[in-house]
Design a protein around this ligand. Structure first.
Ligand SMILES: NC(=O)c1ccc[n+]([C@@H]2O[C@H](COP(=O)([O-])OP(=O)(O)OC[C@H]3O[C@@H](n4cnc5c(N)ncnc54)[C@H](OP(=O)(O)O)[C@@H]3O)[C@@H](O)[C@H]2O)c1
Length: 315
């Protein structure tokens, strides 16, 4: 089968020919029809989880995918050949991922059936970004009328987070450039903070001098300065960062609840998310569909940090 692999940490992604994996007990062999690109994919290939887990090389890149169960291993009861499923397929110790024609999944893993007529491309775009947005907004514990600042609102996570926060009746301030403002307003953002024109904190203070109730920060990286965003929160406010850049103790000393958020999809969450997308109640913008051979270029674009919506690889 064709797959996009790295042969070591930090190596350039390349197209390779690998044997189709064999499903063992409790496993499904999935013929992938689409794979979603996330920043996590290149970060892992660069070695982000190097000290936390074994990696087998050549390592097939990618986590998110959608496809058809081709074969099942011994003892599988929940799925059968022909089922359409989606979820997260990254298995670093075995070197398996989603940028490939085939992959394996555990039947009790992070996978769920694709409901109704949801296209494979949309399903593949959902797992990491959609679950992160959903779970992070739940963690923000927003009440109707409260105000949340979403920093990095135009990306894969941000666009879904805007919708989930607006769905809670919250007022959403969204950082983005002017060219995505209309789209974000359409998704439920109340006000756009153009981060290229003036400091974010200055602009938010002008709109909301009394402070915001929550900040979902999708931008600040470890070592980056989160203080300006933290300073916008009301006492007891919540700051959620998705890049493990929050100093929880320092924030607690300022009466801010800091959360270094890591997504953790359950099959039930995945089913709920896909059902929302299928019903048109969660809108996912797919900006590019690329063949497997063009995946290395798509990864390079993802690395730039300026993705708008989701890129999907179609093997
Ligand atoms: N911990 C977890 O479980 C988890 C899960 C998912 C994602 N993440 C992390 O969360 C971050 C966002 O993920 P994503 O999938 O949404 O990324 P993405 O799709 O690549 O989007 C990044 C967005 O950030 C915007 N941006 C870049 N610099 C900005 C700045 N200075 N101020 C405001 N916006 C800025 C970009 O807009 P422009 O094009 O206009 O610059 C782009 O739309 C990534 O670092 C990712 O690794 C973590």
């Amino acid at each position: 089968m064709k797959a996009i692999v790295v042969t070591g940490f930090g190596a350039e992604p390349e197209l390779a020919d690998l044997p189709i994996p064999d499903p063992g007990p409790g496993q499904l062999l999935v013929r992938l029809r689409a794979a979603g690109v996330n920043p996590f994919d290149w970060k892992v290939a660069d070695g982000a989880l190097k000290s936390a887990v074994e990696h087998a090389f050549p390592l097939v890149m990618g986590s998110d995918g959608a496809g058809v169960v081709e074969r099942v291993g011994p003892g599988v009861t929940r799925f059968r050949p022909g089922d359409t499923i989606y979820g997260q397929f990254m298995n670093l110790p075995r070197g398996h991922g989603s940028y490939a024609e085939y992959t394996l999944a555990a039947e009790d893993g992070k996978v769920a059936r694709i409901p109704g007529s949801l296209p494979f491309t949309v399903a593949a775009a959902l797992p990491t970004a959609g679950i992160t947005a959903y779970q992070a907004i739940e963690a923000a514990r927003l009440d109707a009328g409260q105000v949340i600042l979403i920093n990095g609102a135009s990306g894969g996570v941000g666009q879904s987070a805007v919708q989930f926060a607006a769905g809670k009746g919250a007022r959403v301030l969204a950082t983005a450039t002017a060219d995505t403002a209309d789209h974000l307003r359409d998704l439920g953002a109340d006000q756009i903070i153009d981060f290229t024109t003036a400091p974010i904190a200055e602009q938010v203070r002008a709109i909301r001098p009394e402070g915001v109730d929550a900040v979902l920060d999708l931008v600040t990286a470890p070592g980056g300065d989160i203080n300006a965003l933290a300073g916008l929160l009301v006492p007891g406010g919540i700051l959620i960062n998705t890049n493990y850049a929050a100093d929880i103790d320092a924030l607690a000393a300022r009466d801010i609840r800091g959360i270094n958020f890591g997504n953790s999809p359950t099959p039930a969450d995945l089913e709920a998310l896909a059902t929302l997308a299928d019903a048109g109640r969660l809108r996912v913008t797919i900006t590019a569909e690329v063949p497997l051979a063009d995946a290395p270029a798509a990864v390079a674009r993802a690395r730039s940090g300026h993705a708008r919506g989701k890129t999907v690889i179609v093997p």
